[in-house]
Write a protein that binds this ligand. Structure first.
Ligand SMILES: CC(C)[C@H](C(=O)O)[C@@H](O)C(=O)O
Ligand code: SF4
Length: 428
């Protein structure tokens, strides 16, 4: 055991050891305490059924369980409304926390509420729960049964994942964003290139919390179990987090693969249908798609619906108009983001440019409501998935990009770069 304890560990191994009762390494089975269990509306009914019917249990620590009504909010059909009503009643009965219609997308809300913190284990009934890795929390998605077991017992078990080390070097050029980095990372790793692995991202002090969320969010698109960003920058200084010393990976920890991404060499990137790792330079697709009108542009989601994303879009859209024939939907990731964007005039800028604003939540991201696509339609979206049928009809096509590229595309009605819209100011 003492020998085992002294072996260098990755971040995933560190967190799973700390929240369990022994030192664990990739391949071991770990039984760990769970700091937060998050349930989304779409899964709430099966979660409640597992708790009540299968386990005959109540949440062991109600304050460690949250239900978020975000995926289809406000409700679109009677059956959705009924499921949400049951979720509300369940929260009232058991004392678990409820974040109702309009509060926002689960991952954004948990982060804003301080329900994901460095060194924690956060389980969500949603695959993009890797997002919590932005603040060095081991976040991962699980199905209703595992989520219910964790809520009932306060614990979970899992196989400790192997880790992939991704090191970022250099600095981003102007106009290149964390979304471009995330898309490039998924291209390099491949859509199933990190299956059941933890992607450990070494970024130094680069990237804000929101940008780190974008990076960790996309990790599941390489199949990852978790996406952990080594704490630095704003995480140490900006949000009052207590970042424990033990959370950092050890020198000499074991990685299955090490990848280096030179940020200074990156251009704005875009993922073409129908796989997230199908990534090209925007400039290349702009040329290829010169004659393809874009029907819908969607700015929002847990990937890119934060205030900095709306600012980036507004910077391009200020004084411009959305192209005739193109719809621009903007859905802030949370009520907090919406309030900030209201207070600083961002929403007015977007609205004046012709954007349609929606209730904070997932919006049309997974094709359930608020902007689904018709057969043959083409959409540029700031979300994280472009699979066949993801946003509506199976013959619609989805391109994934950063908010600035999405905004430029809305103005041009064709795939475009911000510089196609904004003329650089010449200073003397
Ligand atoms: C509804 C939910 C379970 C789903 C997920 O797991 O990710 C959704 O959020 C998505 O993005 O496809
Ligand atoms: S915004 Fe999209 S990706 Fe994120 S949780 Fe909602 S449906 Fe899933």
């Amino acid at each position: 055991m003492s020998d085992a304890v002294s072996r260098p560990q990755t971040m995933a191994e560190k967190i799973l050891s700390r929240r369990g009762d022994r030192a664990v390494y990739a391949g071991d089975l770990a039984v760990v305490e769970v700091d937060q269990v998050m349930v989304v509306d779409s899964i709430a009914q099966s979660f409640i059924e597992r708790m009540q019917r299968d386990l005959a249990a109540v949440p062991k620590f109600p304050e460690r369980v949250s239900i978020v009504i975000d995926h289809v909010a406000p409700a679109s059909t009677v059956s959705v409304a009924q499921a949400q009503k049951e979720a509300r009643e369940y929260a009232a009965q058991t004392g678990v926390q409820l974040f109702d219609v309009g509060r926002g997308i689960c991952h954004q809300v948990l982060m804003e509420e301080g329900l994901a913190r460095p060194g924690w284990i956060v389980l969500g009934s949603d695959s993009h729960s890797t997002t919590y890795g932005a603040v060095a929390a081991f976040g991962t998605g699980m199905g209703a049964t595992d989520i219910a077991l964790a809520a009932a017992s306060g614990k979970t078990w899992l196989k400790v994942p192997e880790s992939v080390k991704v090191s970022f070097t250099g600095d981003l050029r102007d106009g290149v964003t964390a979304k471009d980095v995330a898309l490039e990372m998924i291209r390099v790793l491949g859509a199933d290139g990190a299956t059941y692995q933890s992607i450990e991202m070494h970024a130094g002090d680069r990237f804000t919390r929101g940008e780190r969320m974008t990076l960790a969010n996309l990790c599941v698109e390489a199949g990852a179990k978790a996406g952990l960003v080594v704490p630095g920058g704003e995480i140490l200084t900006g949000y009052g987090y207590d970042v424990p010393d033990w959370v950092y990976p050890d020198d000499g920890a074991t990685y299955v693969q090490s990848v280096e991404i030179d940020l200074s060499a990156l251009n704005p990137r875009m993922s073409a249908p129908n796989e997230v790792d199908n990534v090209y330079d925007v400039a290349e697709l702009r040329d290829q798609l010169r004659d393809t009108p874009i029907d819908q542009v969607f700015i929002g989601t847990c990937t890119n619906g934060r205030i900095e994303d709306l600012h980036a879009a507004a910077a391009v859209l200020r004084g411009q108009k959305v192209a005739p024939g193109t719809r621009l939907l903007v859905i802030p990731a949370s009520s907090e983001v919406m309030e900030q964007a209201m207070a600083d005039g961002t929403l007015l800028t977007l609205q004046r440019a012709g954007a349609v604003l929606g209730t904070p939540g997932c919006g049309p991201c997974m094709g359930r409501h608020q902007g689904v696509l018709a057969p043959g339609e083409v959409c540029v979206s700031t979300s994280n998935r472009n699979f066949i049928g993801r946003m509506g009809d199976k013959d619609a096509r989805i391109y994934l990009a950063s908010p600035a590229v999405a905004a430029a595309t809305a103005v041009k009605g064709r795939v475009a770069l911000p510089e196609d819209v904004i003329t650089p100011t010449i200073t003397t």
